[in-house]
Design a protein around this ligand. Structure first.
Ligand SMILES: Cc1cc2nc3c(=O)[nH]c(=O)nc-3n(C[C@H](O)[C@H](O)[C@H](O)COP(=O)(O)OP(=O)(O)OC[C@H]3O[C@@H](n4cnc5c(N)ncnc54)[C@H](O)[C@@H]3O)c2cc1C
Length: 426
């Protein structure tokens, strides 16, 4: 088990696949004339920009609307005051100064794939097109909100970190004895599969520490914890009567039918109740910039890609193969998670450089995913998975979880996270 855990940490710093190709050789092949535009500076986009410049001399433009990036990883600890938001906030200075990435603080409003150009949101008249040889789309996830009377700005999902996390923390801190809190697990594919259960443990533990008798309803359309899977293994014995958090009621295979303006919640099974804090985590899909660009006709939720290169395989637009999609927006079976987004980014960067050099992509890429999940303020579990290419698609090689939650894992979680943060933004 110790070896397996160490492998998570080692996997991030794997030797660059292209380290053998000198910059002189690259210059002679015209690589320094190539331009890659990366959209989104999260774990996927920042890593891709960083490694493209680390491994090659091509021009890299990173477009990101925010000057700072707030990591979702470890953000549940901000809800409980065990971590500050500052400690999980990063900027793009290192990418600029150490690696020569050109960072533009803006968002991309439209991609013209036929002409290989993008437009920035600030360029409302579309007078300043930016051309690219390769485009990497890494904008993460967008939320699908139901058509209810509640103003969703008043009930934070906190599934993107930053102000939403601070808002949810405030709601939790305002809870009094006998209040009710609701946490909703999204249905379908969503960012960080164990995350809602991890968040429930963190909040229940925090309220216990504060001596608050709050009842928490965890509503799960997927019924994940009743199945045989790594998430169920990690969270067994946590929720319900006789378990670590008896005040958490796990409501499986049901969903919220409506939330009223007064925060009255009705479930599909007809039950209704009022909640003083609501963490409704909506269903998710790739942002419009991905779906409208690559799947304009079908408008499919996530972008189809070739897992050897992460090039789009959309048949709906021209030049799709010069547009790559990495991280949460892409549609392979890999989980939507930061650790694996970092791995996908390196495969994509490597494939792009090889393509510029007239080389075929590496034929046997493997990726891995790790998630350390605190179950209280001093113990954590972990889940890991390894994926490989079977000649046709990404398949799961191996999935596992820690045999128990313990304090050693809790400490290891910070080493793992710091390693990932450095490898993406450092
Ligand atoms: C509570 C929680 C806990 C988590 N824990 C873990 C964990 O333990 N392990 C793990 O591996 N993962 C974890 N994750 C998941 C992880 O945070 C995400 O999977 C990861 O952030 C995905 O990276 P990304 O780069 O694809 O997207 P993001 O990190 O969301 O980055 C996307 C970026 O694109 C930018 N953007 C969007 N649209 C545009 C546009 N049009 N133009 C320019 N820029 C744009 C956004 O501003 C953003 O900065 C957790 C998530 C949550 C919510």
């Amino acid at each position: 088990m110790i070896n397996e855990r160490r492998n998570f940490l080692k996997a991030l710093s794997a030797a660059p696949l292209l380290s053998g190709i000198s910059l002189t050789t690259q210059a002679s092949t015209g690589l320094n004339q190539k331009k890659v535009v990366v959209v989104g500076g999260g774990f996927a986009g920042a890593t891709a920009a960083r490694y493209l410049r680390r491994w090659s001399d091509c021009e890299v433009l990173l477009i990101e609307p925010n000057a700072s990036y707030h990591s979702c990883i470890l953000s549940n600890l901000v809800l409980t005051g065990d971590r500050s938001l500052d400690a999980i906030t990063f900027n793009y200075t290192n990418l600029e100064t150490k690696f020569g990435v050109k960072v533009i603080e803006d968002s991309v409003s439209r991609v013209d794939s036929a002409n290989q150009i993008i437009y920035l949101s600030s360029d409302t008249e579309e007078l300043n097109p930016i051309n690219y040889d390769k485009l990497i789309l890494a904008p993460g996830v967008a939320f699908k909100y139901p058509n209810w009377s509640i103003d969703f700005d008043t009930i934070p999902h906190a599934w993107k970190a930053g102000p939403q996390i601070e808002m949810l923390k405030q709601e939790i801190d305002n809870l009094a004895d006998d209040d009710t809190m609701v946490i909703r697990v999204p249905s379908g594919a969503y960012r960080c599969p164990p995350g809602p259960y991890e968040r429930t443990c963190a909040i229940a533990d925090y309220l216990d520490r504060k001596g608050r008798a709050v009842s928490i309803k965890l509503i799960d359309p997927n019924d994940t914890l009743s199945g045989a899977n790594v998430i169920a293994n990690v969270f067994s014995g946590q929720f319900g009567d006789g378990n670590r958090y008896p005040n958490v009621e796990y409501i499986a295979a049901d969903d919220i039918a409506e939330i009223s303006m007064d925060k009255d919640i009705t479930l599909n099974n007809g039950d209704s109740f009022n909640a003083q804090a609501i963490n409704y985590i909506p269903d998710q899909q790739a942002p419009d910039i991905v779906r409208f660009t690559l799947h304009p006709d079908s408008n499919q939720a996530w972008a189809s890609v070739n897992p050897l290169t992460y090039a789009s395989t959309s048949g709906e637009v021209v030049n799709a193969a010069n547009i790559h999609v990495i991280g949460d927006s892409q549609a392979t079976l890999q989980p939507k998670a930061g650790h694996i987004a970092n791995a996908e980014a390196k495969i994509c960067a490597d494939a792009i450089i090889r393509d510029f050099l007239g080389m075929a992509p590496y034929a046997n890429p493997m990726t891995n995913s790790a998630c350390f999940t605190p179950v209280n303020h001093e113990e954590a579990s972990w889940i890991s998975a390894v994926y490989r290419f079977d000649g046709n698609q990404v398949v799961t090689e191996k999935v596992g979880n820690s045999p128990e939650a313990n304090m050693e894992n809790y400490q290891m979680m910070f080493d793992w996270a710091n390693n990932l943060f450095n490898d993406s933004f450092g």
